[in-house]
Each structure stands twice: as C-alpha cells, then as structure tokens.
Design a protein around this ligand. Structure first.
Ligand code: C2E
Ligand code: CA
Ligand code: CA
Length: 717
C-alpha cells in the first residue's frame, strides 16, 4: 500500500518537474531559434530596404546626371538648333557613354519621339525608341513639361531591348532665359544605365549587400523592381548575412548550460521532495501501524479489528462467503496481575498472544481488544467450522500452565462465537453477539465456549440491566443483610449467625442472592459488594457479644491479593473482634492458584479470623483440598443433610464425611436442617453446629438485633 502511495506521490511531484524540465527545454530552444530567426528576418528586411534604396539612389543619381546635362545652355543651343552639331553631341555625351561610368546610352528626342542624336557605349546608333524602351520612355517623357521653359527630370527602371536599365529623362532647358524662344516645342535628353550583373554587384558592394544579383525566378527573388507603370522589370536577390545564426551559435552553448543547470536543480528539488514525501509517508505508515496495533502483543488492536470488519462485512454483503467472530476473554488474568505484578501480567499476555497467533494462523485476523480480551475473525465458506475448531484448540492450549520465571501460571478462557449470517448485519451487531455468547460461556463456567443464539439476548440484556441496577443500588446503600442463626448442636442455643445478602430490586422484587453474587462477579462489582457485606455484618454483629459471625466470601474476592488488607481494615474500622469472624469459602477455583490461596488463608488466620469450607459434599468436594488447605470448619451441604433421613446410605455418607473432617481436625456445621430428626441425627453424628429452617430462617437486621443485643442468653427456636 505504502509503495503504491509513494509511487503515486513520486509521480505527482517528479512527473510535473520532468514535464516542467521538458517544457523549459522546449521553450528555451524555441526562444533561441525565435530570437535568432527574428534577428535573421530583421536583417533580411533591413537588407531589402537597403537594396531598394540602393536602386532608388542609383535612379536618383542618374536623374541628377540628366539635370546636369539637360539644364545646360550649350546643350540647349545645340539640340534646339536646326542642324544639330554631332561633334558636340559626340564629345558631350558619346564619349562619356563609352566609359559607362554614369550611363551607357544617351538619346536626344523631340516631342514626337524622333531621335535627334543617340550613342551607345561611345558609338552612334539610331534606335526606334518605342521598340528600344518597349514603350516605357513615353511614360517618362509624359511627366515632363512639353516646352523649354521649366526644367524637370523623370527617372525609372525600365525594360529595354538590351535588358533592364535605369532610364532618366529631362526636358532640355537653357539656364539663360531667352536663349530659346518661349513657344519652342520641348526636346528631351535621355540617359540609360544598364542594370548589368556587374553594376548590380557594384551597388551591392557600395551598400554592403552580399552577393547582390538579379534572379531570373520571381519565386526565389527577394524583391522585384517595377517600372513607372508598375510592371515588373527585374528580380533581385542576395545572400542574407543571417546574424541570428551567429548569435545563435554564440548564445546556444551558454543557454544550454543554463538550462542544464536548471534541470539539475529541478531534479535535485524533485529528488528532495520525493525523499521528503517518502519520509512523511514512512512516518504516516508507522503511526498508522501504531494506531492500529497493540504495543504489548504486536497484534492488531480494536481499531484495526473494526476497520477489518467494516471492510469484510461489506464483502460478506456482496456474497463473498461467511464471517465468524470469536471473542476470547481470559479467566483469572486479573489475579495473575494482582498476584505477580503487571510485568508478569504483560509477559503472560505476550505469551498468550503468541500462542493464539500460532493457533489462529495467518488466514484469520487475531486482535487484542485490550486487557485480557481477544477477538478472532474467520472468513470464507469454512469460517464457522474454523472458529469452532480454534476455540477447542485455545481451550486445550490454556489447559497447560505457562512457565514464567519458573512459575507455573494458569489462566482459562471464556469463548463466545458469533456467525455472521448470509443476510448482512452491522459490524457492531456481530460484535455484540460474540460478546453475548462470551458472557454465556462465562456464566456456564470457566474454560468453555458458547456459540451465539438469539435466546441468549434476553438473558444477556437482562443481566446487563440487572448489573446496572445492582451497581446503582450498591452505591446508594440499598442492599440489606439477613442473618440466619446457627445453633449449638446439643443445646440448640444460637451461638452464631450467617450473614446473607438481600436485594429488593425496585420494580422486580427480591433477587436470588446467588444471582446477585454471580452478576457482581461478572460485572466487576464483587469487591464492592463483598466489602459492603463484611463491613455491614461486622458493624451489626459487634453489638451481639455472644454471637459469632459467618460471612460468605466469593472465590473472586478471595483471589484478590488486596483481600486480606480489606478484611483487616474492615475489622479495624468496625472494631469487630477477629476471633468472632469466620469466612465461608466454596472450594470451586481455590485450586486455580493454590499457592496464592494458601498464602492468603495463612494471613487471614494470622489476623485471628477462621475459615470454613462451604457447601462440602455438594459435588465438587475433594479430599485433596481438605489436605491442601487449612480450614477451621467444614459446612456440610444441604443436599447431604437432606439425604440422611431418606436412606441409610445417606447416613453412612454423612458419618464418613464427619469422620474425615475430624481426622483433619475440623469442626463441622450442618446446614439445611429442616426437621427435628435431622437435628438429632446430626448431633449424634458429631456435628457441633446446626443451621436450618428448623431453627430459624434468615431474619432481618432489626430482628437479629432484637434477639441478640437485648437478650444474649436467648436461644433461638
Ligand atoms: P450458602 O452460603 O450455602 O448459604 C446458605 C443458603 O441456604 C441461604 O440461602 C439460606 O437461606 C439457605 N438455607 C438455610 N437454611 C435452609 C434450610 O433449612 N433449607 C433450605 N432449603 N435452605 C436453607 P440464600 O440466602 O438464598 O443464599 C444462597 C447462596 O448465596 C449462599 O449459599 C451463598 O453461597 C450466596 N450468598 C448469599 N449471601 C452472600 C454474600 O453476602 N456473599 C457471598 N459471597 N455469597 C452470598
Ligand atoms: Ca454460606
Ligand atoms: Ca452453604
């Protein structure tokens, strides 16, 4: 996931930079070429202007030459004379035409185009001017005055029979007025200078136009020279200097090195960005991992589980197969923590997590939800079977104690399994069902698994509500104690009472005491409840000096290492004599932590408090326990007592039990005595104390007070 994202991020930074680099290169190349092209074009345009004005200035130059020759007294005298002096013409114009410096051809004509005199390269000739100038001369002369009064010139490039030429004409006007009569029809002097390749080249040299030449093809020419009528006469071209190419060559290496430098800088920036993004991403991935995993076990946590379920439950909705969730809640973990400390508790969790991970395999998602709670999600068509098989493997796995620091530590597990049915259900509902099933497993006894069924809901919801009410009433002090008198087997005098919890739940009536205790154990209220019972009973019984007090202690209380301290502080606070107090414990689960229990028992007995084993003979009893733990008294279970009057076997069993107790140096109380016969038999069998409806039911505190505080000598019944 991370790699894909890195690539995406990389692309989103590196790609634009690469594109920018390519763009920069393109732009720079374009800029350089357009700058040099611009320079080339500008130079070409300027050269064309120069060439055009070069031609124009040659035309003007010839016009000036005409002005010098036509606006001249000698020329006028001669050319307006009846007989033209050819010798003058030859020396004035024929000679110079030979050199071709200013003009190649000179022709003098009258207003009708009749040639008066004509020279071509120093030689006299007689052209038909109409043909010779291809009709162009007429146009020039038309621009001049038709008399000899006012002087004017006209010049243009014209096509001639001998190729393109600059042609200039001027009307012959003497500078001295009156030399020619005013009404004399005008005569004209015409010069032509051929635009030969040599002359064009000469112009090129003068005006610094390289390789200035005529170009036969109009397409290849740079400009076309037209005559006065606008007809094309000749095409000109030259070799462009292309100064842009020069500057291009000069600039390019520098420009490219700058671009290269920029590209390197940009790539460096890109790399830095990419690097930074990767680092940020790594940190994100890391913090995401931390947010979705449990630090202690390294397993996914509740958040990850929820994410996973959100993802997979929608897959299930799409019909990708089943989904089963398994809740595992360790039994007895709290006491490991309390007994051996959090460090050992943490190590146990780590060991359990590793074991669970190995059992669950890679296909299932195993999460630690916190404390001693785990969840496993199985997917696919075999999810339901896999989950059940895993539950069995977990139970087997936990049957063996863990070895931590040389200590053998046992924990159990209550497992709840909920299958997600084909029709979609919400994630929180699946979790709730697994939770309900897990509580059911806990109720059924430690170390078991239960699969959710809808009937569990009522049960569970009922229990939650019950627990909530119990908590509230406990805090408000609304629970009461009843006291059942215990009598001496011989005298039948009350010598002790057993404190029994009574809870009248508002709106529901009395709740069975064993249910109150179970719910308190399940919902973490047992310590509070136990302390309440002990303190209340001690406070009451303090005023009954002749009476001993028996208080029931739940195994959950007993496993709490703080229990001994609680007992001691209650004794101190209430001022009750320790010697008059007896704690009743059932043996269930005492064996969970025999060492720990033994230690607690020793310390309780050191306070002066005695301990009785309750409900002996109810089915779970084991003689081994009698040997392992030092009890002061045995309470024979009601079922055993009921048996003695039914048949002889019952009597034998009771007899054997009492003998056994005596052999362990234990006194015996019989409970559930309902008849006189039972009372007699039990006394004969060796029980020293009797308890049961035959003598008295449990009575409330006020009644007990009336009995024991005012008349301590009074025997019950
Ligand atoms: P248990 O410790 O065996 O207490 C004796 C139970 O037997 C009491 O029931 C008592 O009312 C009943 N009983 C006494 N004499 C007779 C008789 O002649 N016939 C019959 N059928 N029953 C008789 P209760 O008060 O309902 O208590 C039930 C159980 O609840 C107790 O059994 C005890 O395990 C638990 N419990 C009651 N109070 C507390 C308490 O404060 N703390 C703890 N941890 N457990 C308690
Ligand atoms: Ca009891
Ligand atoms: Ca009992």
């Amino acid at each position: 996931m991370s790699n894909r994202r890195t690539r995406r991020f990389g692309l989103s930074i590196v790609l634009p930079i690469l594109i920018a680099c390519a763009g920069a290169i393109g732009l720079a190349a374009d800029l350089i070429t357009s700058v040099s092209n611009g320079a080339n074009i500008a130079d070409h345009d300027r050269t064309r202007e120069v060439a055009q004005s070069a031609i124009a200035s040659s035309v003007e130059q010839l016009a000036n030459t005409i002005a010098d020759n036509a606006n001249w007294d000698d020329a006028a005298l001669n050319l307006y004379a009846k007989d033209i002096d050819q010798a003058f013409a030859a020396s004035a114009w024929g000679g110079p035409s030979e050199t071709g410096v200013n003009y190649d051809v000179v022709i003098a004509v009258d207003g009708n185009g009749q040639v008066l005199t004509a020279y071509h390269a120093g030689k006299s000739f007689s052209p038909d001017v109409e043909l010779y100038f291809k009709g162009g001369l007429k146009g020039l002369i038309a621009r001049l005055p038709s008399d000899a009064l006012e002087f004017k010139t006209a010049a243009s490039v014209l096509a001639t029979a001998e190729g393109p030429a600059i042609v200039a004409a001027g009307n012959l006007v003497p500078t001295t007025t009156g030399l020619v009569p005013a009404d004399t029809p005008g005569r004209y002097l015409v010069f032509a200078k051929f635009l030969t390749p040599e002359f064009i080249a000469e112009i090129g040299q003068t005006f610094v136009i390289e390789d200035f030449h005529t170009e036969p093809s109009a397409a290849r020419a740079f400009f076309t020279v037209t005559d006065i009528f606008g007809n094309p006469v000749m095409h000109l071209a030259w070799t462009d200097r292309r100064p842009g190419d020069l500057s291009n060559r000069a600039i390019s290496p520098k420009a490219w090195s700058i671009i290269l430098y920029l590209i390197v800088v940009m790539l460096a920036i890109a790399w830095l960005c990419y690097h930074e993004v990767r680092q940020v991403e790594e940190r994100q991935t890391q913090s995401h991992y931390q947010a979705t995993h449990d630090g202690l076990s390294g397993l996914p946590n509740r958040m990850r589980l929820m994410q996973y379920l959100e993802e997979t439950s929608s897959d299930t909705k799409r019909g990708d197969g089943g989904l089963t969730i398994t809740f595992v809640d360790l039994d007895g973990f709290k006491s490991v923590n309390d007994t051996y400390g959090h460090e050992t508790g943490d190590r146990l969790i780590a060991a359990v997590s590793a074991g669970f991970a190995a059992l669950a395999g890679p296909a299932a998602l195993l999460a630690r939800l916190g404390g001693d709670e785990f969840a496993v999600v199985h997917r696919g068509s075999r999810a339901a079977e896999d989950a059940r098989a895993l539950a069995q493997r977990i139970i087997q796995f936990l049957a063996e104690p863990f070895n931590l620091d040389g200590r053998a530590i046992s924990v159990g597990a209550s497992i709840g399994i909920a299958d997600c049915p084909a029709e979609a259900i919400e994630v929180c509902e699946i979790l709730r069902r697994a939770d309900v099933a897990m509580y059911q497993a806990k109720l059924a006894g430690h170390g078991g698994a239960a699969v959710y069924s809808p009937e569990m809901d009522g049960n569970h919801l009922g229990r939650r509500a019950l627990a909530a009410d119990l908590k509230a009433d406990l805090a408000a002090g609304r629970l009461r104690l009843a006291y059942q008198p215990i009598v001496d087997a011989k005298s039948h005098r009350a010598c002790a009472v057993e404190a029994l919890i009574r809870w009248d739940r508002a709106g529901h009536g009395p709740v069975r005491p064993d249910l109150v205790v179970t719910v308190a154990e399940q919902f973490g209220l047992i310590d509070e409840l136990g302390t309440f019972v002990l303190a209340t009973a001690c406070r009451a019984a303090r005023q009954w000096p002749e009476i001993r007090l028996a208080v029931n202690i739940s195994p959950a209380q007993f496993r709490n290492p703080a229990f001994v301290a609680t007992v001691a502080s209650v004794l101190q606070e209430t001022g009750f004599t320790a010697r008059r107090l007896e704690l009743e414990v059932t043996e269930t689960h005492l064996i969970d932590q025999p060492q720990r229990v033994r230690q607690s028992m020793d310390r309780i007995r050191a306070l002066g408090v005695s301990i009785a084993l309750d409900d002996f003979g109810s089915g779970h009893s084991s003689v081994a326990n009698l040997r392992q733990f030092q009890f002061d008294r045995l309470k024979v279970d009601r079922s055993l007592v009921a048996g003695i009057t039914a048949d002889l076997g019952g009597q034998t069993l009771l007899q054997a039990t009492i003998l056994l107790a005596n052999s362990f140096d234990l006194r015996v109380t019989a409970e559930g005595v309902e008849t006189e016969e039972q009372a007699i038999l039990l006394n004969l069998a060796g029980c020293d104390l009797l308890q049961g409806y035959y003598f008295s039911q449990a009575i409330d505190a006020a009644a007990a007070h009336a009995l024991f505080a005012t008349a301590p000598e009074t025997a019950a019944a």
